[in-house]
Design a protein. Structure first.
Length: 138
């Protein structure tokens, strides 16, 4: 195994763990603070009227996806779902990018490197073999 073939899986693992951390925090928020999740869904996704149970269900589904993602299970599906979830989140807050210095909007810009990380993980999923249960041999 060449030095390069050892470097890439480690870099992808670290990327996967960091994306998982962010996604996990968003998921936990749905369980611990469903009112905040409701405000986010109302403001950015234009979906209102969901109750606490709905956010528990959404959180449970999201938790299953992000756990599958972090363990490298069904990478083609879970990595794509994480990419899509984060892309929706990134693009739904588009108005914040026009006023970066207003009301904490500057923090929304952190979504772009994470979106690039999600894309990179999906695109290079066959090389993301470290600590995965579905390693693809290259």
């Amino acid at each position: 195994m060449s030095l390069e073939s050892r470097k890439l899986p480690l870099a992808l693992l670290l990327l996967r763990l960091s994306v998982f951390l962010v996604m996990l925090m968003w998921t936990i928020d749905k369980f611990l603070n469903p009112d905040h999740a409701a405000a986010v869904f109302d403001r950015f996704y234009f979906i209102s009227g969901l109750d606490t149970v709905a956010f528990y269900i959404i959180g449970a589904i999201q938790l299953a996806i992000v756990v599958g993602f972090v363990i490298g299970f069904q990478k083609k599906i879970t990595y794509l779902l994480v990419l899509v979830m984060h892309a929706i989140s990134t693009f739904s807050t588009f108005e914040a990018y026009f006023n970066p210095y207003d009301k904490g909007n500057l923090l929304f810009f952190a979504a772009w490197p994470m979106l690039a990380a999600c894309f990179t993980l999906y695109y290079l999923r066959d090389w993301d073999t470290k600590w995965t249960i579905d390693p693809t041999t290259r």
